[in-house]
Design a protein around this ligand. Structure first.
Ligand code: KG4
Ligand code: ZN
Length: 340
């Protein structure tokens, strides 16, 4: 079974082909970062236009890389949400037309389910549901109990900003570039951990929800009170990063202790962060639990995770998803198991 995956939910056009026998045959990504960088964030209209320009040629590149004819495809998976409506419509329109022309099923994939399954792409030993998942991206911060494919219980989520969004905003406040995560991470390594101490929001409250907007405001206030930002950029990045690492680790520890589920998957763009990774590895070791991260190229948005999610759903019996429109908002809790 060969599934084409198309990802266009935000600022990356991703096209990939997953084969049930041979694994990932092609995984092509075009990042629009340069287009949006000068605006300090994603401009939705520009994102849609760029997806239109790229998606067709990326599909041809993927087929060439996989040495396949388009007629060899058994299904077309596409990100149907959550994301930017215009950007999603480009991928959905392309995928559904192609599926119709080839007379194969089209599968509407939830982007966050794609992230959730990305760690399984490499066939990790021992990684099967049920597991807990910490999904940390530019738009979401979720702690999920993934019981089986499509059966996701949200244990906690951010009440305001997503953690990736907080990284991006801190970077912007400091006059650094976009996306902020990798830049803040790199600078944090050079910072002095004792220069500033920022709050750890929500860690002393029971429950598994998060909040990052107060921390962001705290960073803003600190910057406003500084005479020379240049001198303290790295220290601020360090204090911010230390706070995020503490918050995420406290909540993950609590989720493992409360549920007794001893497997944690960490995914989404922020899972690329080494400080977060190291701390969660240590928490899980402490709790005799296993932790899984996707390979680096599958942490941020990509077509491979969408092709793989499409494959998982098709192999579980999903035939065609009759979604006639995309869903800019599509909570994981509203997902359902594969439907024939
Ligand atoms: O999953 P993703 O590629 O796109 C969304 O679905 O949102 O995540 C992008 C987010 C951005 O906010 C970016 O700043 C953040 O992931 N990110 C990081 C790192 N790499 C990407 N945050 C912290 N540390 C990183 N190394
Ligand atoms: Zn994403």
């Amino acid at each position: 079974m060969k599934i084409l995956g198309i990802e266009t939910s935000c600022d990356e056009t991703g096209v990939a082909i997953y084969d049930s026998e041979r694994g990932l045959l092609a995984d092509i990504l075009f990042s629009q970062v340069k287009t949006h960088a000068k605006y300090g964030g994603v401009v939705p209209e520009l994102a849609s236009r760029d997806h239109i320009r790229k998606v067709g040629s990326l599909m041809e590149d993927a087929l060439e890389k996989a040495d396949l004819d388009v007629k060899a495809l058994d299904g077309i998976a596409y990100t149907a949400g959550p994301g930017l409506a215009g950007a999603l419509l480009v991928g959905a329109g392309f995928a559904r037309s192609l599926a119709w022309a080839l007379d194969v099923p089209s599968l509407a994939i939830n982007h966050m389910e794609g992230h959730l399954l990305a760690s399984m792409l490499d066939g990790r030993e021992g990684l099967e549901m049920p597991f807990l998942a910490l999904l940390v991206s530019g738009g979401h911060t979720l702690l999920v109990h993934a019981r089986s494919l499509g059966e996701y219980e949200i244990l906690g989520e951010s009440l305001d900003d997503a953690v990736g969004e907080a990284f991006d905003k801190v970077s912007k406040m400091l006059g650094l570039g976009y996306p902020g995560g990798p830049i803040v991470e790199a600078l944090a390594k050079e910072g002095d951990s004792s220069a500033f101490t920022f709050p750890r929001p929500m860690i002393n409250r029971p429950g598994l929800d998060f909040s990052f907007s107060g921390l962001k405001t705290h960073v803003m206030t600190t910057i406003t009170n500084l005479r020379d930002i240049e001198l303290n950029r790295a220290d601020i990045c360090r204090a911010f990063s230390d706070s995020v690492v503490d918050v995420l680790s406290v909540k993950c520890r609590r989720a493992i202790e409360q549920t007794g589920v001893r497997k944690l998957v960490v995914a989404g763009g922020v899972s690329a962060n080494k400080a977060i990774k190291r701390r969660l590895e240590s928490v899980c070791q402490d709790l005799a639990s296993e932790v899984f991260f996707p390979s680096m190229q599958f942490t941020t948005d990509n077509g491979a995770m969408i092709a793989f999610a499409g494959y998982c759903r098709m192999v579980a019996g999903e035939s065609d998803t009759l979604e006639d429109q995309v869903k800019a908002r599509w909570p994981l809790s509203e997902m359902s198991p594969p439907m024939p």
